[in-house]
Design a protein around this ligand. Structure first.
Ligand code: AMP
Ligand code: MG
Length: 490
């Protein structure tokens, strides 16, 4: 057993120091009986934390916020946000705390954040708590996304608190220790802008530039600097949402408080991956209008970026009309950036050589997506199977499509372009957190059996490397699984 003195966990408080108006000092609720459910040892090592110590009683108390290292100053972060289109001026961390920042051995600053740590002054009607199931879900899906190469917050650990949480029934409670390059959100800027404190808004923007977008903006001064920050966020979000779309990922709750400035995916509540390819897919039980349906995600991101632009206007020019004139062209570049990222990603999924003309690629892609939709084909399975088709065995994909005449015609056109099978296997995953597998793992996990979660994690954290013995993790949901509905992580 390693007994690291707590002072060896060096936590910095740069956010709290530089942006005290957005940082409310607060403490986690005591957890009566902390028990480790899952620990991400590779991530602990990346952060320079000793996994042995994290497993010890002191480490567990640290992971639920009950042992605060010397020098740390946990805070609840203030932010605002548009939730399903309606502005809420004061959201903030209602059930979470920013413990502070860890500087990794590699010199990178990472937020260490606890979710489910008790009510804060931002809790409104909420109980400040989180249940084991949703926290395991965030752990699983965020780590799968990371392995898929998608920028995302990471999950360090889930610790059961020993306290029950009242939902529809009583459920076991947990705290998720989350790691992010920061927790700055579009909603952080909306909050700062709404205070009318221009100095705070500028400090927030400078903080964001320094942590995320220094390459682009650091050499610039004055309004140019903040316009460049906006351009940089537009660019990272266009690329992020393109990656979601290429993988069939539905975030489910793209409110402006759930969109980061860093370009990392955040807040794995009602998210899920498509099974059958249907662009209208909505999983979330509360998204009745389909605002955040799969196909609407690029539009939702653009809408959120318009809200970010509004918040930044006072930094772009004194005259509002002039500021708008600067922001609009930058915002308009979202569509081009998104399309370029998505098209390049689709070409990669199809293994198309560089010489294939754009017009030909576009018609091939459009025809394929129409075919997948009309035949309700499993999206992930189809693209993975295309790798075999590129190697000469089309049976896997032929088994997924009813309209074989159309498919065979399409395959002939595509094969004539000499697709690169090995390159396809590097971008088309064999293993994703399929909805029925997630449910199976969480149901067992909540009952205390963490083996199914462990096995699923093993599959989805090496998603491109198809291994014998893992066939059931690549298979579609059983027919009786039915339509899938998800719930926000509350
Ligand atoms: P989310 O939809 O998870 O992004 O949360 C939106 C807002 O509700 C944030 O301000 C959260 O901190 C807050 N919130 C969500 N669940 C709870 C809860 N159980 N207790 C207190 N606040 C919560
Ligand atoms: Mg949120």
């Amino acid at each position: 057993m390693s007994v690291a003195p707590v002072s060896t966990v060096d936590i910095e408080n740069r956010f709290a120091r530089e942006l005290s108006e957005l940082a409310l000092p607060w403490q986690a609720d005591p957890a009566p009986d902390p028990r480790l459910l899952v620990l991400n040892e590779p991530l602990a090592a990346e952060l320079g934390l000793d996994p042995g110590w994290l497993r010890d009683p002191d480490g567990l108390r640290f992971l639920v916020g009950n042992l605060v290292p010397d020098g740390a100053n946990p805070v609840a972060q203030a932010y605002a946000g548009h939730q399903f289109g309606g502005f809420v001026p004061r959201l903030g961390d209602g059930r979470a705390l920013l413990l502070g920042e860890v500087v990794t051995p590699g010199g990178r600053r990472r937020d260490l954040h606890l979710k489910g740590s008790g009510r804060t002054p931002f809790a409104r009607g909420g109980d400040g708590l989180a249940a084991v199931g949703p926290m395991l879900r965030e752990y699983l899906v965020s780590e799968a996304m990371h392995a898929l190469g998608v920028p995302t917050t990471r999950s360090l650990a889930v610790v059961a608190t020993g306290r029950a949480v009242q939902r529809e029934t009583m459920l076991p409670g947990a705290v998720l220790a989350r790691v992010a390059s920061s927790h700055l959100r579009v909603g952080s800027f909306q909050y700062a802008a709404a205070t009318g404190d221009l100095d705070l808004l500028r400090r927030l923007a400078d903080h964001a530039i320094s942590r995320h977008h220094g390459d682009a903006a650091d050499s610039l001064e004055g309004p140019d600097r903040y316009l460049e920050l906006f351009e940089a966020v537009v660019a990272v979000q266009a690329s992020l949402v393109a990656q979601w779309m290429l993988l069939g990922f539905v975030h489910g709750v793209m409110n402006t408080d759930n969109m980061t400035i860093s370009g990392e995916t955040i807040d794995y509540g009602p998210c899920a991956f498509l099974d059958a390819f249907d662009p209208a897919t909505v999983f979330s039980s509360i998204d009745l209008g389909g605002r955040y349906a799969y196909r609407n995600q690029p539009l939702a991101a653009e809408w959120n970026l318009a809200r970010l632009a509004e918040a930044l206007l006072p930094l772009l020019a004194e005259d509002e009309e002039q500021a708008v004139a600067l922001a609009v062209p930058a915002l308009e570049r979202f569509r081009g950036r998104y399309s370029a990222a998505w098209s390049a990603g689709m070409r990669a999924k199809l293994g198309l050589p560089a010489g294939v003309e754009d017009a030909e690629a576009t018609s091939l892609i459009d025809d394929l997506l129409a075919l997948l939709q009309a035949n309700r084909v499993d999206y992930t399975l189809f693209f993975r199977g295309l790798g075999s088709a590129a190697r000469g065995d089309a049976e896997a994909v032929r088994g997924l499509v009813l309209d074989l005449a159309s498919l065979d015609g399409w395959l002939r056109r595509w094969l004539a372009l000499a697709p690169d099978a090995a390159a396809m296997d590097r971008v088309n995953p064999a293993y994703i957190p399929r909805n029925h597998l997630v449910e199976e793992a969480l149901t067992a996990g909540v009952q205390g059996d963490l083996d199914p979660l462990g096995r699923l994690l093993e599959a989805v954290t090496a998603p491109f490397d198809e291994r014998p013995g893992l066939e059931r993790y690549a298979a579609p949901a059983p027919k009786d699984f039915g339509a899938y509905t998800t719930f926000c992580g509350t």
